[in-house]
Design a protein around this ligand. Structure first.
Ligand SMILES: Cc1cc2nc3c(=O)[nH]c(=O)nc-3n(C[C@H](O)[C@H](O)[C@H](O)COP(=O)(O)OP(=O)(O)OC[C@H]3O[C@@H](n4cnc5c(N)ncnc54)[C@H](O)[C@@H]3O)c2cc1C
Length: 400
Protein backbone atom coordinates (compact mmCIF):
# COMPACT_ATOMS: atom_id res chain seq x y z
CA UNK A 1 0.00 0.00 0.00
CA UNK A 2 1.39 3.38 -0.98
CA UNK A 3 1.02 5.61 2.08
CA UNK A 4 0.37 9.32 2.21
CA UNK A 5 2.46 9.95 5.32
CA UNK A 6 5.83 8.67 4.11
CA UNK A 7 5.30 10.53 0.83
CA UNK A 8 4.52 13.69 2.77
CA UNK A 9 7.66 13.39 4.86
CA UNK A 10 9.91 12.49 1.94
CA UNK A 11 8.70 14.92 -0.72
CA UNK A 12 11.76 16.97 -1.72
CA UNK A 13 11.64 20.60 -0.55
CA UNK A 14 12.04 21.88 -4.12
CA UNK A 15 9.06 19.82 -5.35
CA UNK A 16 6.96 21.08 -2.44
CA UNK A 17 7.64 24.73 -3.21
CA UNK A 18 6.90 24.14 -6.87
CA UNK A 19 3.45 22.69 -6.28
CA UNK A 20 2.34 25.59 -4.12
CA UNK A 21 4.00 28.24 -6.28
CA UNK A 22 2.39 26.88 -9.46
CA UNK A 23 -1.04 26.67 -7.80
CA UNK A 24 -0.63 30.20 -6.48
CA UNK A 25 0.15 31.52 -9.92
CA UNK A 26 -2.85 29.72 -11.50
CA UNK A 27 -5.11 30.91 -8.67
CA UNK A 28 -4.06 34.55 -8.96
CA UNK A 29 -3.64 34.84 -12.71
CA UNK A 30 -6.24 32.49 -14.22
CA UNK A 31 -8.83 31.35 -11.66
CA UNK A 32 -9.32 34.88 -10.29
CA UNK A 33 -9.73 36.36 -13.78
CA UNK A 34 -12.63 34.00 -14.62
CA UNK A 35 -14.19 33.68 -11.14
CA UNK A 36 -17.02 36.18 -11.66
CA UNK A 37 -17.94 34.64 -14.99
CA UNK A 38 -17.82 31.06 -13.61
CA UNK A 39 -20.08 32.18 -10.75
CA UNK A 40 -22.53 34.13 -12.92
CA UNK A 41 -22.97 31.38 -15.50
CA UNK A 42 -22.62 28.45 -13.08
CA UNK A 43 -20.07 26.93 -15.43
CA UNK A 44 -17.06 24.67 -14.92
CA UNK A 45 -13.82 26.67 -14.44
CA UNK A 46 -12.25 25.18 -17.56
CA UNK A 47 -9.48 27.79 -17.97
CA UNK A 48 -8.08 27.04 -14.49
CA UNK A 49 -8.30 23.27 -15.03
CA UNK A 50 -6.60 23.49 -18.44
CA UNK A 51 -3.77 25.29 -16.64
CA UNK A 52 -3.70 22.77 -13.76
CA UNK A 53 -3.44 19.96 -16.31
CA UNK A 54 -0.69 21.74 -18.23
CA UNK A 55 1.24 22.11 -14.95
CA UNK A 56 0.60 18.42 -14.11
CA UNK A 57 -1.05 19.43 -10.84
CA UNK A 58 -3.88 16.89 -11.04
CA UNK A 59 -1.56 13.89 -10.48
CA UNK A 60 0.59 15.65 -7.95
CA UNK A 61 -0.29 13.40 -5.00
CA UNK A 62 0.23 10.13 -6.89
CA UNK A 63 3.50 8.40 -5.90
CA UNK A 64 6.54 9.27 -8.03
CA UNK A 65 7.06 5.62 -9.05
CA UNK A 66 3.61 5.68 -10.68
CA UNK A 67 4.39 8.87 -12.58
CA UNK A 68 2.93 11.37 -10.10
CA UNK A 69 4.51 14.14 -8.07
CA UNK A 70 4.55 12.45 -4.63
CA UNK A 71 3.34 15.70 -3.04
CA UNK A 72 2.37 15.88 0.62
CA UNK A 73 -1.09 16.58 1.99
CA UNK A 74 0.27 19.85 3.35
CA UNK A 75 1.25 20.98 -0.16
CA UNK A 76 -2.08 19.96 -1.61
CA UNK A 77 -3.88 21.82 1.20
CA UNK A 78 -1.78 24.91 0.42
CA UNK A 79 -2.65 24.50 -3.29
CA UNK A 80 -6.41 24.33 -2.50
CA UNK A 81 -6.02 27.51 -0.45
CA UNK A 82 -4.12 29.29 -3.23
CA UNK A 83 -6.68 28.33 -5.90
CA UNK A 84 -9.68 29.23 -3.72
CA UNK A 85 -8.25 32.71 -3.12
CA UNK A 86 -8.84 33.30 -6.82
CA UNK A 87 -12.00 31.22 -7.32
CA UNK A 88 -13.67 29.15 -4.58
CA UNK A 89 -15.24 26.70 -7.05
CA UNK A 90 -11.83 25.99 -8.59
CA UNK A 91 -10.34 25.37 -5.13
CA UNK A 92 -13.24 23.13 -4.11
CA UNK A 93 -13.14 21.05 -7.31
CA UNK A 94 -9.39 20.63 -6.88
CA UNK A 95 -9.95 19.60 -3.24
CA UNK A 96 -12.66 17.07 -4.14
CA UNK A 97 -10.44 15.60 -6.87
CA UNK A 98 -7.47 15.23 -4.51
CA UNK A 99 -9.65 13.56 -1.83
CA UNK A 100 -10.46 10.78 -4.32
CA UNK A 101 -6.76 10.54 -5.26
CA UNK A 102 -5.83 10.13 -1.58
CA UNK A 103 -8.31 7.23 -1.24
CA UNK A 104 -6.81 5.55 -4.30
CA UNK A 105 -3.20 6.15 -3.18
CA UNK A 106 -3.79 4.92 0.37
CA UNK A 107 -6.09 1.99 -0.35
CA UNK A 108 -5.70 0.93 -3.99
CA UNK A 109 -3.57 -2.15 -3.54
CA UNK A 110 -3.81 -4.18 -6.76
CA UNK A 111 -2.56 -3.99 -10.34
CA UNK A 112 -5.80 -2.45 -11.62
CA UNK A 113 -5.55 0.44 -9.13
CA UNK A 114 -1.86 1.01 -9.80
CA UNK A 115 -2.54 0.99 -13.56
CA UNK A 116 -5.27 3.58 -13.07
CA UNK A 117 -2.96 5.79 -11.00
CA UNK A 118 -0.42 5.68 -13.83
CA UNK A 119 -3.15 6.65 -16.30
CA UNK A 120 -4.30 9.50 -14.04
CA UNK A 121 -0.77 10.89 -13.76
CA UNK A 122 -0.02 10.49 -17.48
CA UNK A 123 -3.38 11.81 -18.73
CA UNK A 124 -4.10 14.25 -15.86
CA UNK A 125 -7.53 12.65 -15.39
CA UNK A 126 -10.13 14.34 -13.17
CA UNK A 127 -11.76 12.32 -10.36
CA UNK A 128 -15.25 12.92 -8.98
CA UNK A 129 -17.30 11.46 -6.14
CA UNK A 130 -20.76 9.90 -5.81
CA UNK A 131 -21.43 9.41 -2.11
CA UNK A 132 -24.72 11.32 -1.74
CA UNK A 133 -27.73 9.22 -2.75
CA UNK A 134 -31.25 10.46 -3.41
CA UNK A 135 -32.72 7.94 -0.95
CA UNK A 136 -30.31 8.69 1.96
CA UNK A 137 -29.36 12.38 1.36
CA UNK A 138 -26.38 13.54 3.36
CA UNK A 139 -26.25 10.30 5.37
CA UNK A 140 -23.30 9.06 3.35
CA UNK A 141 -22.48 6.24 5.77
CA UNK A 142 -25.55 4.35 4.55
CA UNK A 143 -26.32 3.25 1.00
CA UNK A 144 -29.39 1.86 -0.71
CA UNK A 145 -27.65 0.98 -3.98
CA UNK A 146 -25.59 -2.23 -3.99
CA UNK A 147 -22.81 -3.94 -5.91
CA UNK A 148 -24.13 -6.95 -7.85
CA UNK A 149 -21.30 -9.39 -8.50
CA UNK A 150 -21.30 -12.18 -11.07
CA UNK A 151 -18.04 -14.11 -11.40
CA UNK A 152 -15.22 -11.57 -11.58
CA UNK A 153 -17.51 -8.76 -12.76
CA UNK A 154 -20.02 -6.40 -11.13
CA UNK A 155 -22.81 -4.00 -11.99
CA UNK A 156 -24.00 -1.02 -9.97
CA UNK A 157 -26.80 1.56 -10.31
CA UNK A 158 -27.11 4.64 -8.09
CA UNK A 159 -29.44 7.62 -7.86
CA UNK A 160 -26.59 10.04 -7.21
CA UNK A 161 -28.38 13.27 -6.33
CA UNK A 162 -25.14 15.29 -6.36
CA UNK A 163 -21.99 14.63 -8.40
CA UNK A 164 -19.91 17.77 -8.74
CA UNK A 165 -18.43 18.26 -12.24
CA UNK A 166 -19.93 14.90 -13.27
CA UNK A 167 -19.86 15.97 -16.94
CA UNK A 168 -16.12 16.74 -16.74
CA UNK A 169 -15.05 13.74 -14.61
CA UNK A 170 -12.97 10.92 -16.09
CA UNK A 171 -13.24 8.64 -13.04
CA UNK A 172 -15.86 8.50 -10.24
CA UNK A 173 -15.56 6.88 -6.82
CA UNK A 174 -18.97 5.53 -5.78
CA UNK A 175 -20.19 4.29 -2.39
CA UNK A 176 -22.53 1.29 -2.40
CA UNK A 177 -23.57 -1.63 -0.23
CA UNK A 178 -21.14 -4.55 -0.52
CA UNK A 179 -23.90 -6.77 -2.01
CA UNK A 180 -27.70 -6.71 -2.28
CA UNK A 181 -28.08 -8.61 1.04
CA UNK A 182 -25.71 -6.39 3.05
CA UNK A 183 -27.03 -3.93 5.64
CA UNK A 184 -27.10 -0.29 4.54
CA UNK A 185 -23.96 0.53 6.55
CA UNK A 186 -21.84 -2.29 5.06
CA UNK A 187 -20.42 -0.21 2.23
CA UNK A 188 -17.53 -0.34 -0.20
CA UNK A 189 -15.96 2.29 -2.45
CA UNK A 190 -16.07 1.39 -6.14
CA UNK A 191 -13.75 3.05 -8.66
CA UNK A 192 -15.29 3.43 -12.12
CA UNK A 193 -13.82 5.06 -15.20
CA UNK A 194 -15.64 6.84 -18.00
CA UNK A 195 -15.55 3.63 -20.08
CA UNK A 196 -17.33 1.77 -17.26
CA UNK A 197 -20.21 4.13 -16.48
CA UNK A 198 -23.15 5.95 -18.03
CA UNK A 199 -24.59 9.13 -16.50
CA UNK A 200 -28.13 10.32 -17.05
CA UNK A 201 -28.73 13.83 -15.71
CA UNK A 202 -31.61 14.08 -13.24
CA UNK A 203 -31.13 17.62 -11.89
CA UNK A 204 -29.20 20.80 -12.64
CA UNK A 205 -27.14 22.75 -10.11
CA UNK A 206 -28.49 26.28 -9.79
CA UNK A 207 -27.35 27.16 -6.27
CA UNK A 208 -26.67 30.20 -4.12
CA UNK A 209 -22.91 29.66 -4.16
CA UNK A 210 -20.15 27.31 -5.30
CA UNK A 211 -21.91 27.60 -8.64
CA UNK A 212 -18.89 26.58 -10.69
CA UNK A 213 -18.76 23.14 -9.03
CA UNK A 214 -21.64 22.17 -11.37
CA UNK A 215 -22.98 19.74 -8.76
CA UNK A 216 -25.71 18.21 -10.92
CA UNK A 217 -27.74 15.09 -10.03
CA UNK A 218 -27.41 11.89 -12.07
CA UNK A 219 -28.57 8.33 -12.41
CA UNK A 220 -25.26 6.42 -12.57
CA UNK A 221 -25.03 2.94 -14.10
CA UNK A 222 -21.69 1.15 -14.06
CA UNK A 223 -20.14 -2.23 -14.80
CA UNK A 224 -16.58 -3.45 -14.30
CA UNK A 225 -14.26 -6.03 -12.79
CA UNK A 226 -14.27 -6.85 -9.08
CA UNK A 227 -10.64 -5.63 -8.77
CA UNK A 228 -11.94 -2.07 -9.18
CA UNK A 229 -13.56 -2.19 -5.72
CA UNK A 230 -11.25 -0.87 -2.99
CA UNK A 231 -10.66 -3.79 -0.61
CA UNK A 232 -11.03 -2.00 2.75
CA UNK A 233 -14.57 -1.51 4.08
CA UNK A 234 -15.84 2.03 3.45
CA UNK A 235 -16.25 2.52 7.22
CA UNK A 236 -12.51 2.00 7.77
CA UNK A 237 -11.46 3.75 4.57
CA UNK A 238 -13.56 6.76 5.51
CA UNK A 239 -12.11 6.91 9.03
CA UNK A 240 -8.51 6.49 7.86
CA UNK A 241 -8.48 8.64 4.75
CA UNK A 242 -11.65 10.04 3.26
CA UNK A 243 -12.98 11.87 6.29
CA UNK A 244 -9.72 13.45 7.55
CA UNK A 245 -8.46 14.36 4.06
CA UNK A 246 -11.88 15.75 3.12
CA UNK A 247 -12.12 17.94 6.18
CA UNK A 248 -8.52 19.17 5.83
CA UNK A 249 -8.84 20.01 2.12
CA UNK A 250 -12.33 21.52 2.37
CA UNK A 251 -11.13 23.64 5.31
CA UNK A 252 -8.09 24.78 3.31
CA UNK A 253 -10.38 25.80 0.46
CA UNK A 254 -12.58 27.79 2.85
CA UNK A 255 -9.43 29.39 4.27
CA UNK A 256 -8.72 30.63 0.73
CA UNK A 257 -12.18 32.27 0.54
CA UNK A 258 -11.62 33.87 3.94
CA UNK A 259 -8.10 35.05 3.04
CA UNK A 260 -9.30 36.76 -0.12
CA UNK A 261 -12.13 38.44 1.82
CA UNK A 262 -9.62 39.78 4.34
CA UNK A 263 -7.33 40.99 1.52
CA UNK A 264 -10.21 42.96 0.05
CA UNK A 265 -11.09 44.38 3.47
CA UNK A 266 -7.46 45.36 4.06
CA UNK A 267 -7.31 47.09 0.67
CA UNK A 268 -10.47 48.99 1.56
CA UNK A 269 -9.09 50.16 4.93
CA UNK A 270 -5.84 51.22 3.26
CA UNK A 271 -7.76 53.24 0.69
CA UNK A 272 -9.69 54.92 3.52
CA UNK A 273 -6.43 55.67 5.34
CA UNK A 274 -5.04 57.29 2.18
CA UNK A 275 -8.11 59.49 1.88
CA UNK A 276 -7.68 60.78 5.45
CA UNK A 277 -3.95 60.75 6.18
CA UNK A 278 -2.90 60.70 9.84
CA UNK A 279 -6.01 58.88 11.09
CA UNK A 280 -6.78 55.20 11.58
CA UNK A 281 -10.07 54.44 9.79
CA UNK A 282 -12.81 53.27 12.18
CA UNK A 283 -13.33 50.22 9.93
CA UNK A 284 -9.87 48.92 10.95
CA UNK A 285 -11.41 47.43 14.10
CA UNK A 286 -13.55 45.07 12.03
CA UNK A 287 -10.52 44.27 9.91
CA UNK A 288 -8.67 43.21 13.06
CA UNK A 289 -11.61 40.98 14.00
CA UNK A 290 -11.63 39.35 10.53
CA UNK A 291 -7.87 38.85 10.70
CA UNK A 292 -8.03 37.25 14.15
CA UNK A 293 -10.65 34.76 12.94
CA UNK A 294 -8.60 34.04 9.83
CA UNK A 295 -5.60 33.23 12.04
CA UNK A 296 -7.81 30.94 14.14
CA UNK A 297 -8.86 29.08 10.99
CA UNK A 298 -5.26 28.70 9.87
CA UNK A 299 -4.18 27.42 13.28
CA UNK A 300 -6.82 24.69 13.48
CA UNK A 301 -6.08 23.51 9.94
CA UNK A 302 -2.33 23.33 10.55
CA UNK A 303 -2.95 21.45 13.82
CA UNK A 304 -5.23 18.98 12.01
CA UNK A 305 -2.65 18.33 9.27
CA UNK A 306 -0.04 17.66 11.97
CA UNK A 307 -2.45 15.35 13.81
CA UNK A 308 -3.12 13.47 10.59
CA UNK A 309 0.60 13.13 9.82
CA UNK A 310 1.23 11.80 13.33
CA UNK A 311 -1.58 9.25 13.03
CA UNK A 312 -0.75 8.14 9.46
CA UNK A 313 0.44 4.57 9.20
CA UNK A 314 -1.40 3.61 12.40
CA UNK A 315 -4.90 2.32 11.58
CA UNK A 316 -5.51 2.12 15.32
CA UNK A 317 -4.93 5.87 15.81
CA UNK A 318 -6.75 6.80 12.61
CA UNK A 319 -9.87 4.89 13.67
CA UNK A 320 -9.80 6.11 17.29
CA UNK A 321 -12.75 8.12 18.55
CA UNK A 322 -10.53 11.02 19.64
CA UNK A 323 -9.10 11.34 16.10
CA UNK A 324 -12.60 11.20 14.59
CA UNK A 325 -13.76 13.89 17.01
CA UNK A 326 -10.78 16.10 16.13
CA UNK A 327 -11.45 15.78 12.38
CA UNK A 328 -15.20 16.31 12.81
CA UNK A 329 -14.76 19.45 14.90
CA UNK A 330 -12.21 20.77 12.38
CA UNK A 331 -14.90 20.85 9.70
CA UNK A 332 -17.55 22.37 11.94
CA UNK A 333 -15.14 25.04 13.25
CA UNK A 334 -13.72 26.17 9.91
CA UNK A 335 -17.08 26.10 8.12
CA UNK A 336 -18.52 28.48 10.71
CA UNK A 337 -15.40 30.67 10.81
CA UNK A 338 -15.27 31.19 7.05
CA UNK A 339 -18.74 32.76 7.15
CA UNK A 340 -17.80 34.87 10.18
CA UNK A 341 -14.60 36.12 8.50
CA UNK A 342 -16.46 37.08 5.34
CA UNK A 343 -19.17 38.82 7.38
CA UNK A 344 -16.55 40.77 9.33
CA UNK A 345 -14.90 41.73 6.01
CA UNK A 346 -18.28 42.97 4.71
CA UNK A 347 -18.75 45.06 7.86
CA UNK A 348 -15.24 46.45 7.31
CA UNK A 349 -15.96 47.54 3.75
CA UNK A 350 -19.56 48.62 4.37
CA UNK A 351 -21.47 49.39 1.18
CA UNK A 352 -18.32 48.96 -0.90
CA UNK A 353 -18.31 45.29 0.11
CA UNK A 354 -22.06 44.86 -0.21
CA UNK A 355 -22.23 46.24 -3.75
CA UNK A 356 -21.45 43.93 -6.67
CA UNK A 357 -19.50 46.50 -8.67
CA UNK A 358 -16.51 47.54 -6.58
CA UNK A 359 -13.00 46.08 -6.12
CA UNK A 360 -14.11 45.23 -2.56
CA UNK A 361 -17.30 43.27 -3.47
CA UNK A 362 -17.85 40.28 -1.19
CA UNK A 363 -21.20 38.89 -2.31
CA UNK A 364 -19.67 35.87 -4.07
CA UNK A 365 -17.47 35.11 -1.07
CA UNK A 366 -20.47 35.16 1.27
CA UNK A 367 -22.57 32.93 -1.00
CA UNK A 368 -19.69 30.48 -1.43
CA UNK A 369 -18.96 30.49 2.32
CA UNK A 370 -22.56 29.50 3.12
CA UNK A 371 -22.06 26.13 1.42
CA UNK A 372 -19.46 25.14 4.01
CA UNK A 373 -21.84 24.38 6.87
CA UNK A 374 -24.08 22.34 4.54
CA UNK A 375 -21.48 20.09 2.92
CA UNK A 376 -22.32 17.22 5.26
CA UNK A 377 -24.52 19.29 7.59
CA UNK A 378 -22.79 20.61 10.71
CA UNK A 379 -25.77 19.56 12.82
CA UNK A 380 -25.43 16.02 11.48
CA UNK A 381 -21.71 16.01 12.36
CA UNK A 382 -22.31 17.48 15.83
CA UNK A 383 -25.00 14.91 16.55
CA UNK A 384 -22.55 12.16 15.53
CA UNK A 385 -19.80 13.65 17.71
CA UNK A 386 -22.13 13.96 20.69
CA UNK A 387 -22.87 10.23 20.45
CA UNK A 388 -19.13 9.46 20.28
CA UNK A 389 -18.45 11.59 23.34
CA UNK A 390 -20.68 9.35 25.45
CA UNK A 391 -18.32 6.41 24.97
CA UNK A 392 -14.98 8.18 24.47
CA UNK A 393 -12.31 7.88 27.17
CA UNK A 394 -10.54 11.03 28.37
CA UNK A 395 -7.17 11.46 26.63
CA UNK A 396 -4.11 11.41 28.89
CA UNK A 397 -2.35 14.33 27.19
CA UNK A 398 -2.93 17.45 25.11
CA UNK A 399 -0.90 16.15 22.15
CA UNK A 400 -2.62 12.81 21.63
C1 LIG B 1 -20.79 22.56 -3.23
C2 LIG B 1 -21.22 21.15 -2.94
C3 LIG B 1 -20.64 20.13 -3.66
C4 LIG B 1 -21.02 18.79 -3.42
N1 LIG B 1 -20.46 17.80 -4.16
C5 LIG B 1 -20.81 16.52 -3.96
C6 LIG B 1 -20.24 15.48 -4.74
O1 LIG B 1 -19.42 15.70 -5.63
N2 LIG B 1 -20.64 14.20 -4.51
C7 LIG B 1 -21.53 13.90 -3.54
O2 LIG B 1 -21.82 12.72 -3.35
N3 LIG B 1 -22.11 14.87 -2.77
C8 LIG B 1 -21.76 16.17 -2.96
N4 LIG B 1 -22.35 17.18 -2.20
C9 LIG B 1 -23.39 16.82 -1.22
C10 LIG B 1 -22.86 16.81 0.21
O3 LIG B 1 -21.84 15.88 0.33
C11 LIG B 1 -23.97 16.46 1.19
O4 LIG B 1 -24.48 15.22 0.93
C12 LIG B 1 -25.08 17.43 1.12
O5 LIG B 1 -24.56 18.74 1.21
C13 LIG B 1 -26.08 17.21 2.24
O6 LIG B 1 -27.30 17.67 1.76
P1 LIG B 1 -28.63 17.91 2.63
O7 LIG B 1 -28.43 19.10 3.47
O8 LIG B 1 -29.76 17.93 1.68
O9 LIG B 1 -28.81 16.58 3.42
P2 LIG B 1 -28.91 16.12 4.91
O10 LIG B 1 -27.57 15.79 5.45
O11 LIG B 1 -29.86 14.97 4.82
O12 LIG B 1 -29.48 17.28 5.80
C14 LIG B 1 -30.75 17.87 5.73
C15 LIG B 1 -30.97 18.68 6.98
O13 LIG B 1 -31.10 17.81 8.12
C16 LIG B 1 -30.16 18.13 9.12
N5 LIG B 1 -29.71 16.91 9.78
C17 LIG B 1 -29.42 15.75 9.20
N6 LIG B 1 -29.05 14.84 10.12
C18 LIG B 1 -29.12 15.46 11.32
C19 LIG B 1 -28.87 15.05 12.65
N7 LIG B 1 -28.47 13.82 12.94
N8 LIG B 1 -29.05 15.96 13.64
C20 LIG B 1 -29.46 17.21 13.35
N9 LIG B 1 -29.73 17.65 12.11
C21 LIG B 1 -29.55 16.78 11.11
C22 LIG B 1 -29.01 18.84 8.37
O14 LIG B 1 -28.26 19.69 9.23
C23 LIG B 1 -29.80 19.62 7.32
O15 LIG B 1 -30.30 20.80 7.87
C24 LIG B 1 -21.99 18.50 -2.42
C25 LIG B 1 -22.57 19.56 -1.69
C26 LIG B 1 -22.19 20.87 -1.95
C27 LIG B 1 -22.81 21.98 -1.14
Amino acid sequence: MAELAPASVQAPAQAQTNVVARARSIGAEIAARHAADVDRDGRFPSEAFDALRAEKLLGVMIPVELGGGGASLFDVAAACHALARGCAATGMIYAMHQIQIACLVNHGDNGWHRGLMERIAAGQLLLGSATTEAETGGDIRNSVCAVRAEGDRFTLAKNASVISYGDQSDVILVTARRNPDAPSSDQVLVVVTKDDYRLEKTSRWDAMGMRGTCSDGYRLEAAGVIDQILPLSYADLSAQTMLPVTHILWSSTWLGIAADAVSRARAYVRSEAKRKPGTTPASAVRLAEATAKLQQMKAVILAAIRQYELACGSPERLTSLSFATAMGTLKVTTSELVREVVEAAIRTCGLAGYRNDTPYSLGRHLRDAHSAALMIGNDRIMSHISTQLLVQRDGSGAFE
